[in-house]
Design a protein around this ligand. Sequence first.
Ligand code: FAD
Length: 120
Amino acid sequence: RLPLKVFLEAVEQSSVAISITDASAQIIYANPAFERTTGYAPTEVLGHNESILSYKTTPRAVYQSMWAALSAHRPWSGRLVNRRKSGEPYIAELTITPVLDVDGSVTHYLGMHRDVTEVH
Ligand code: FAD
């Protein structure tokens, strides 16, 4: 069986920005690539909703379809306009996966995103 430490190191060393939230989308974990991508150290975002990353230009319908999928316990993937701590916008290609307990209730969400802003 894979030791838990290896799971942790794999997530910590991933080049993909990874965050874990509680069931209300409040961040409880962020990996180093999350800090490199967003500019926020984990301690700065813990307890905040993931909406701290929103540039507030993504159409509301996108978030509605996101939450429709997540509420139905389906993963969601899409592109959002995010905002770094510096204020700079970037395009995030994001996948969110609901984490369920044995009763099938959502306990957490796993978020994984990459900066896919094209640099010309
Ligand atoms: P909100 O007030 O959050 O509402 C927008 C719409 O979503 C409304 O229709 C509302 O009813 C619905 N909604 C919101 N929360 C819930 C909920 N808990 N259950 C059911 N419906 C809900 N957003 C980003 O902009 N960038 C990100 O990188 C990003 N990453 C995320 C990663 C994870 C793991 C999760 C769980 C969410 C992420 N979000 C991200 C979504 C974020 O939590 C917000 O819902 C979103 O930013 C919109 O915020 P808002 O304050 O504008 O609107």
